[in-house]
Design a protein around this ligand. Structure first.
Ligand code: 3HC
Length: 310
């Protein structure tokens, strides 16, 4: 019986049908999805912190309005994704607890500090740029609610990426000091952006099952390569130096090739020992506690409405 169910499930996936919340699914599929979607949601919400820091220091009203809208969008993405994960039978509270007690991860990139105004540009261009490369493929993920939430998220991330690149372009066409600030931001954010795609395929614990179930549509290394290839001409157009001094074009493969990433650093950061890990989680806990009265008020309001309707 269970075997039939599993075969039917896989046949549905192979036929590119979407799996919906009430459909039968293997427990391991459900768990893997909850893991990935909740970590994705945490990344969106924790990702508000490095840029949120710069809202009050944006150099003009236009830049402030754009940044405010972008950071707000990220919060919205977190909400769609938490709601998506809830359709799989986990509560928002359980997910938030896992983030705050360190048992759930979020994207390593957000443990790097945003030190200068140019970092806001580099984050939009590179971090949101890397996120889009990954998320465009996730629009075709096999779980219906996740796939649909990705469509809107990708549209917004695309605006984020463009505003970041435009900010970098403005700095690169400005004074020497502004261009140097852009170069410094690129040098610091390039490598951690490549790490956003996760470990090499050979080291990726979840890729085999995620690819079989079409939770993931492309592998970590494939997507990282795509990002490296798209970023190199963008760096050239800005008139900046590429941070990877070993980067070469491989004519035969039709791809850029460069240095190996510092995987020790990657492991340290995803296991809680990056520059800002503690600060990011502490800030989340503080904001969550300060917002407790809003959640309580909402519950009371709902109860009152229910009583009135009865
Ligand atoms: N940062 C933190 N943890 C990472 C990571 C990264 N860059 N890359 C991999 N990991 C973790 C995995 O979560 C997994 O940990 P776990 O077993 O405790 O859950 C472990 O390292 C092994 O890696 P795998 O390759 O086996 O993991 P996945 O198959 O899940 O692949 C992924 C990793 C490519 C990030 C995949 O989970 C994915 O595509 N997730 C959805 C997209 C996402 O989360 N993006 C976050 C980007 S930030 C963002 O969107 C915000 C925007 O505003 C910029």
């Amino acid at each position: 019986m269970a075997l039939d169910q599993e075969q039917n499930f896989q046949a549905k996936i192979d036929a590119e049908d979407k799996i919906e919340p009430k459909d039968w699914m293997p427990e391991a599929y459900r768990k893997n999805l909850i893991r990935q979607i909740s970590q994705h949601a945490h990344s969106e919400v924790i990702g508000m912190q490095p840029e949120g820091n710069w809202i009050t220091r944006a150099p003009s009203l236009r830049r402030k309005a754009v940044l405010l809208a972008k950071v707000q969008d990220e919060g919205g993405h977190g909400l769609y994704l938490y709601s998506t994960a809830e359709t799989l039978g986990i509560t928002r509270e359980e997910m938030i607890n896992a983030l705050q007690d360190g048992s759930a991860k979020y994207a390593s990139i957000f443990n790097y500090p945003a030190q200068t105004w140019a970092d806001v540009g580099a984050i939009g261009w590179l971090v949101d740029g890397a996120a889009i490369v990954n998320q465009v493929s996730l629009q075709r993920t096999s779980y219906g609610p996740y796939s649909r939430s990705m469509v809107r998220i990708c549209k917004e991330e695309s605006f984020h990426q463009r505003q970041g690149y435009e900010l970098m372009l403005t700095l690169c066409r400005g004074s020497e000091a502004q261009k140097a600030m852009a170069q410094d931001a690129l040098n610091r954010f390039y490598w951690p952006s490549l790490m956003m795609f996760g470990p090499h395929d050979s080291e990726s614990a979840h890729s085999a099952s995620s690819m079989k179930w079409k939770i993931k549509r492309e592998t970590n290394d494939y997507l990282r390569q795509k990002f490296i290839d798209q970023t190199a001409p963008q760096i050239e157009f800005l008139g900046l130096e590429h941070p990877d001094k070993n980067l070469i074009w491989n004519e035969e493969r039709g791809h850029f090739e460069g240095s190996e990433l510092d995987w020790d650093e990657f492991k340290r950061v995803i296991h809680g020992d990056g520059h800002c890990n503690r600060q990011r989680v502490q800030h989340h806990i503080k904001a969550h506690e300060e917002g407790a009265w809003v959640r309580e008020a909402l519950v009371r309001y709902k109860q009152k409405k229910k009583l009135k309707a009865a």
